[in-house]
Design a protein around this ligand. Sequence first.
Ligand code: PEP
Length: 261
Amino acid sequence: MKKKPLIAGNWKMYKTASEAVALVQTIKAATHTISDVTIVVCPPFTALGKVSELLADCRIELGAQNMYSAPEGAFTGEISPTMLKDVGCRYVILGHSERRQYFREDDILIHEKVKTALKYSLVPIVCVGETLAERESRTHFDVVKTQFDESLGRLEKDDIAKVVIAYEPVWAIGTGKTATPDQAEQMHSYIRRLISERYGQEIGTKIPLLYGGSVKPDNTRSLMEKPNIDGALVGGASLKAESFAQIIQEAQAAREAGVKS
Ligand code: PEP
C-alpha cells in the first residue's frame, strides 16, 4: 500500500516576510481542496512566524531549512530546535547539498542535528545525493551509502522510524536536469534496501523517501508513479503558488488514479 505523498517546498534564501505571506496565501487558496497529500512549506527563518500564523487554520505544515545541533547556547547566528518548535515548525530540512557545499556541513554534524531534531520532536527531512562527478565515476551508490551510514545509520530503531529521507542528486538541483524516473527509482529502492538491512523491513517500508531535483508540474506524475518515490522536495517550482499547487495536484491525481493505492 503506497503512502500518502509528501510534497515539501524549500524556499531557500528567497522571500521577505511580506512576500512569504503573499505566497502562502495563494498556496492556501490553490490547495484548500487537497486532502490526500501532506503539504509542507519551508520559508526562510525570518518569515516562519508570519507564515505560521497563516497556516493555523489549514492543513499545510511548516518546516525550517536548517537548525543547529544544540538546544540553546552561545552559538551566534544559529537557530535552535526549541525556537523552531516555538514558532510552529513540525519539519526541518537537514543536510541539504547547499549546506554541505557552501557551509561545509558533513555527515557527523548532520547526524548530531538529526538526533537533536528528533529529541525535540521535529521531523527531519534528511537530504542525501551524489554530485555529477560521482555519478559519472559510478560511485553514486557508495556515496549515498556513506551519507546514510554516517548521518542516519547509528540512530536507534525508534528514531529512524520518524525520519524522512530526500534523495537529491546534486546535479539535478536548480539545473533543470531531472533524474529520470528510473534513475530516481533505482536509488530510492537502494536506499530502502539499506534501511531494511540495518533496521528491518517494516521500518524500511515505512520511511517516506522524497525525490528532489528540478521537480516541475510536468515531471511530477511520472516520478510519483514509481513504487519507492513517496513525494518530492521542491525548490524553484515551490516559489510560485501556481507551479507548487500543480505539483501537489499531480501527486494527488497519481494517488487517486490508483497508482498510489
Ligand atoms: C532543492 O532545493 O531541494 C531542490 C530540489 O531545488 P530545485 O527543485 O530547484 O532543483
